[in-house]
Design a protein around this ligand. Structure first.
Ligand SMILES: NC(=O)c1ccc[n+]([C@@H]2O[C@H](COP(=O)([O-])OP(=O)(O)OC[C@H]3O[C@@H](n4cnc5c(N)ncnc54)[C@H](O)[C@@H]3O)[C@@H](O)[C@H]2O)c1
Ligand SMILES: [Zn+2]
Length: 818
C-alpha cells in the first residue's frame, strides 16, 4: 500500500469508526458486532503504525470513544478514565506479556484477572465517606454527572463505613443490567407494544442517562466495582485495594483471581470460556492487570490505554447444524418471529436446538433452503443466531424457504407495514396470543393487580371461550359453577379435522385402570410407541397381568374398551383414543353411544363434555373420570380469582388507564395523562394540540391515543368496564389545592427540601400549573435551592443567570408560608 492509498483508507476507516462510536455511545445502538468494530479499529492502528506521518491526534485510535451529553452537568475526572487495549488472539496476548516483562526488566510480576463486564463505566467520588458525585466516562477527561440516577441503585453505598477511610477517594466500576431484569423489561415492553431494548449493555447505558430517576429506580441496575483511586488509599497492590472496597460494602464480582504467569492467565481464560454464561450478566472477555501499583507506574499509558492492562475478548463460538423446520411465533402484539429448529449441537457449553431468525429479511439474507446445513453462533445473546449457510452441503433439489402468509394461530392474512421488518397478524381482537397478551397486561401487578390470574389460567379461560377481552373478567362470577373442574393444560387432547375429541393413551389407560401410576403407564406407552393400537392394547393386558394386583378388574375394563372400539363407528387416530369410547366404558350403558359421540364433537375437554351431558354420576365414577382430566380449577382457586377481580375495581384511574394497553401509554405516561385530564372522557375528547401541550407527549402517542378512542369496540369495552364500577376518573386530590399560581413556569429543585419529598415537589409544581425540569438550563425560571445543593450545579445556575429561591421563599411565593 502506498501512502496515497493508506491516506484514503485511513480516512475511510476513521469515518466508519466515528459513525459506529456515535451510534454506540450516544444512541445506544449498534449496526455491527463488537468483533467487526474492533477489526476496523485494529486495521486503522496498523496503518497508522506503518505510516506514522498520517497519524492525526484526533484519530479514534487516540481517543476514548464516548462523549458527554448536553442534558447533564459535566464534571472533570480527577484521574482520566481510559479505555482498554483488546485482543482476540492468544499470540497477541503473549506479545502483551512479553512487552510487560521487558518493560519491567524481567523482574517478577503478577496479574490480577477478572471477567470483562459488558456494561457502562462509572466513577464514584466519596468525600468523608459520603457519595458526592457519580460521573460517566464521557470522553475520558470529563463526563456526565448522573448522581441522582446512580443513587437509585440499591447496592451502591451512599455512605461508607469502616476505619481508615480516606477523606477523598474514587471508586470505579461497571454498571450493568442483569440479564434476568433485561428479559423482564423486554417482556413487559413487548406486552405494552413498546420497542424492545437491543441488549443489556445498551439498556444499561440508556438507563444511566435517563432524565427521570424514578424510572431508573425501577430498572434494577446493578454494579461491579473494580478500581480504587485516591491520594492516600494506603495500599500498594490491586488485590489489596479490591479487598478493601469489598470490606467497605462495594459489590465486587467473585470471579477475580491472581495469576503468577501468563500460562495461568490462559488457564483462567479457558476456565471461564463457557462458565461465564452462568453469570447473571453479560461478559465479553477477561481483563488482566499488573497487580503492583509501582510496576504500573513504570509501564505507564498511551494516549488511550494503560500499558499495564489488556482485555482478552472471547470470539463468538460457532457450530454446524441442520435446519429441521421453522416455527413462526406470534407475539403478544401480533408480531411474527420465525425461529429455526435445529438438530441439537453443543455450543458455548449449552445444547442449542433453536436459533432466532428475526424476520423475513433475515431468511432472505441467508438464502435459507429446506434442510440446509447452517452455522450457528452464540455471542453474548441468550438465543443463538444463524450466521451463514453451508452451500456445499445443500441437498439436491432443496427449495428456498417460503415465508408464511397467514397467522399460524388464527389464519388471518399477515401484514407488513412500510419500513417495518416484521410481519404481523392484524387480528388484534381475537388472535389468541394477542388476546392473552392484553389480558396478561391488564391483570399485571402494576396495572389492575389481579395476581390470582396467572398465564396458564388466563389461557384456559380464553381457550374455553370464557373470556375474549378483559371486560369479560368482570362477568365471570355468574359462571363460577361451570368453572369448577375446568381443565388447565390441554396437551393431552387432540382433535380430528371434523372436531372430534381424542385423549392420549396414557391418560385414558390411567383413568380406565386402578393401582397403576400415571408415570408407569407413560413409560409403558413410550416403550410401545411404534406399535399399532391393537397390539398396544394386548401388550397392556400383559403388562397388567405381570405388574398389577387388580388383574381381573383391570383386564375386564380393557376388554370392554376393545369391544367398544371395534363395535362402534368411531373415528381413529394414532396414539390417541376417542374420548367417547373411554367415557362409554367408565359411565356405563345407560347413556347411548350416539349421545356420547355428539357430545364429543366441538368440545375441547372432558370437562366441557360433562357439562354438556349433565350426567348424574356416582362419586366413584366421578373419581375415575377425574383421572382423565388435566389440572383443574378448584373451588379455592375460583373464589380467590373472583375476589382478586372484585378487588381490582378499587385500582385508581391511572392504573386502569395503563391497564387498557393503549399503544405507547406506559405506566408513567398513564400517570401523567390521568393527572392532566382527570377522567377518561376528557382524554378521549382531547385534540392533538391539547395532547401535545403536555410534557413528554409526542406525535406517536397522540396518534395511538386517538386511534384507540376512534375504535367503537374499544369505547364499548370502556363502557362495560365503567358499568362494572372501574374507576375512570381521578379521586379528588388530597394533597394540594389546584391552582395556576406557577402557570407557565419552568422550575427545578435541587438538594434536600424540608417541606417536600422529592416526588412531592414535582407533583406540587405540576399540580399548580408549573413544569418541572430535570437539569439546569437557561430556560428555567428559577431553582428552588435545597439544603445541600451541589456546588457545581449552583455555579452553573449562576453562570446561566438562573435565579435561586430558598425553600422558604418558594413557600411564601405559593402562599404556603410555614
Ligand atoms: N459494535 C459497535 O458498533 C461498537 C462501537 C463502538 C464500540 N464498540 C465496542 O466497545 C468497546 C470499546 O469501548 P471502550 O473503549 O469502552 O473499551 P472497552 O469497553 O473494551 O474497555 C474499557 C472498559 O471496560 C470496562 N470494564 C469491564 N470490566 C472491567 C474490569 N473487570 N476491569 C476494568 N475495566 C472493565 C470498563 O468500563 C472500561 O471503561 C469495544 O469492545 C468495542 O467492540 C462497539
Ligand atoms: Zn393471528
Amino acid at each position: 500500500m502506498n501512502p496515497e492509498q493508506a491516506k484514503s483508507r485511513i480516512e475511510e476507516l476513521t469515518q466508519q469508526i466515528n459513525y459506529h462510536n456515535h451510534l454506540y455511545y450516544q444512541e445506544d445502538r449498534i449496526e455491527i458486532s463488537d468483533f467487526e468494530f474492533d477489526q476496523l479499529l485494529e486495521e486503522l492502528i496498523k496503518l497508522e503504525t506503518a505510516f506514522p506521518e498520517l497519524l492525526d491526534p484526533d484519530s479514534p485510535s487516540q481517543r476514548v470513544g464516548g462523549t458527554i451529553t448536553k442534558v447533564f452537568e459535566t464534571a472533570q475526572h480527577e484521574y482520566r478514565m481510559l479505555s482498554l487495549g483488546n485482543t482476540y488472539s492468544p499470540e497477541e496476548l503473549q506479545a502483551f506479556d512479553d512487552r510487560v516483562a521487558k518493560g519491567l526488566g524481567h523482574r517478577n510480576y503478577e496479574y490480577f484477572c477478572e471477567l470483562k463486564f459488558d456494561g457502562v463505566a462509572i466513577s464514584l467520588v466519596y468525600e468523608n465517606g459520603r457519595l458526592v458525585r457519580a460521573v460517566t466516562r464521557g470522553d475520558g477527561t470529563k463526563g456526565d454527572v448522573v448522581t441522582e440516577n446512580i443513587r437509585t441503585i440499591k447496592n451502591i453505598p451512599l455512605h461508607i463505613k469502616g476505619s481508615n477511610i480516606p477523606a477523598k477517594l474514587e471508586v470505579r466500576g461497571e454498571i450493568f443490567l442483569p440479564r434476568k431484569e433485561f428479559d423482564k423489561i423486554n417482556a413487559e415492553r413487548e406486552a405494552n407494544g413498546e420497542a424492545l431494548l437491543a441488549n443489556p449493555r445498551n439498556a444499561a447505558s440508556g438507563t444511566v442517562k435517563m432524565q427521570d430517576s424514578a424510572i431508573v429506580a425501577k430498572r434494577r441496575l446493578n454494579c461491579y466495582f473494580y478500581q480504587l483511586l485516591g491520594e492516600d488509599i494506603g495500599v500498594s497492590q490491586h488485590d489489596e485495594a479490591i479487598h478493601l472496597i469489598e470490606s467497605w460494602g462495594f459489590n465486587v464480582s467473585p470471579t477475580y483471581t491472581k495469576c503468577k504467569t501468563i500460562k495461568e492467565v490462559f488457564e483462567y481464560i479457558e476456565n471461564w470460556k463457557n462458565k461465564r454464561f452462568e453469570l447473571p450478566l453479560d461478559t465479553d472477555g477477561v481483563v488482566l492487570k499488573v497487580n503492583d501499583y509501582e510496576q504500573r507506574e513504570e509501564l505507564g499509558f498511551t494516549a488511550k490505554i494503560p500499558r499495564w492492562a489488556i482485555a482478552y475478548k472471547y470470539q463468538a463460538e460457532s457450530a454446524e447444524s441442520e435446519l429441521l423446520s421453522i416455527t413462526y411465533q406470534v407475539g403478544r402484539t401480533g408480531a411474527i418471529t420465525p425461529v429455526a429448529n435445529l438438530t441439537p449441537v453443543q455450543l458455548a457449553g449449552t445444547t442449542v436446538k433453536r436459533a432466532s431468525l428475526h424476520n423475513a429479511n433475515e431468511i432472505q439474507r441467508l438464502g435459507l433452503h429446506e434442510g440446509d446445513t447452517v452455522f450457528v453462533e452464540k455471542g453474548g445473546e441468550i438465543i443463538p443466531k444463524i450466521t451463514a449457510v453451508s452451500l456445499d452441503k445443500r441437498k439436491a433439489g432443496a427449495t428456498a424457504i417460503k415465508y408464511i402468509d397467514h397467522c399460524p394461530e388464527c389464519e388471518t392474512p399477515l401484514q407488513r407495514k412500510e419500513g417495518e421488518a416484521k410481519h404481523f397478524c392484524p387480528n388484534a381482537k381475537s388472535c389468541p396470543p394477542q388476546v392473552l397478551g392484553r389480558i396478561e397486561h391488564f391483570v399485571h401487578k402494576r396495572a389492575m393487580d389481579i395476581d390470582s390470574l396467572g398465564t396458564e389460567r388466563i389461557k384456559t379461560l380464553i381457550d374455553q371461550g370464557y373470556i375474549q377481552n378483559f371486560a369479560d373478567l368482570y362477568e365471570l362470577e355468574s359462571q363460577a359453577e361451570q368453572l369448577l373442574g375446568l381443565e388447565m393444560s390441554q396437551d393431552q387432547y387432540q382433535k380430528s379435522d371434523d372436531g372430534f375429541l381424542f385423549i392420549s393413551l396414557p391418560k385414558a389407560f390411567f383413568a380406565l385402570t386402578e393401582g397403576i401410576s400415571l408415570s408407569a403407564i407413560q413409560k409403558f406407552t413410550e416403550r410401545h410407541a411404534e406399535q399399532p393400537l391393537k397390539e398396544v392394547l394386548s401388550s397392556f393386558e400383559l403388562f397388567i397381568r405381570t405388574s398389577n394386583k387388580k388383574v381381573a378388574q383391570n383386564i375386564g375394563t380393557i376388554k370392554k374398551l376393545e369391544e367398544t372400539l371395534s363395535s362402534g363407528h368411531l373415528p381413529q387416530m394414532e396414539d390417541y383414543l376417542p374420548v367417547a369410547a373411554v367415557l362409554h366404558v367408565l359411565v356405563g350403558n345407560w347413556i347411548s353411544m350416539e349421545k356420547l359421540t355428539s357430545a364429543c364433537m366441538h368440545e375441547n375437554t372432558v370437562h366441557g363434555i360433562l357439562l354438556k351431558l349433565n350426567l348424574p354420576l356416582s362419586s366413584e365414577q366421578e373419581d375415575r373420570i377425574k383421572k382423565m382430566k388435566a389440572n383443574t380449577f378448584q373451588e379455592g382457586v375460583i373464589s380467590n380469582m373472583l375476589e382478586g377481580i372484585k378487588a381490582s375495581m378499587n385500582q385508581p384511574f391511572e392504573k386502569v388507564l395503563f391497564a387498557l394497553g393503549i399503544r405507547n401509554i406506559g405506566e408513567n405516561t398513564a400517570q401523567v395523562l390521568a393527572r392532566h385530564f382527570k377522567n377518561i372522557d376528557a382524554l378521549a375528547a382531547a385534540g392533538t394540540e391539547d395532547l401535545l401541550a403536555i410534557n413528554g407527549v409526542g406525535e406517536i402517542l397522540v396518534h395511538s391515543t386517538q386511534e384507540y378512542f376512534k375504535d367503537p369496540e374499544n369505547r364499548a369495552i370502556i363502557e362495560r368496564l365503567k358499568s362494572h364500577g372501574l374507576k375512570f376518573e381521578t379521586e379528588a386530590s388530597t394533597q394540594t389545592l389546584e391552582s395556576e399560581i406557577l402557570k407557565g413556569m419552568k422550575i427545578l429543585a435541587s438538594g434536600k427540601l424540608n417541606h417536600f419529598k422529592r416526588d412531592e415537589i414535582i407533583q406540587f409544581i405540576e399540580a399548580n400549573g408549573g413544569q418541572y425540569l430535570k437539569a439546569v438550563s437557561k430556560s428555567l425560571d428559577f431553582i428552588i435551592e435545597g439544603e445541600d445543593m451541589g456546588p457545581s450545579k449552583k455555579e452553573k445556575a449562576e453562570k446561566l443567570g438562573v435565579k435561586l429561591l430558598s425553600e422558604a421563599e418558594f413557600l411564601e411565593m405559593v402562599g404556603m408560608k410555614s
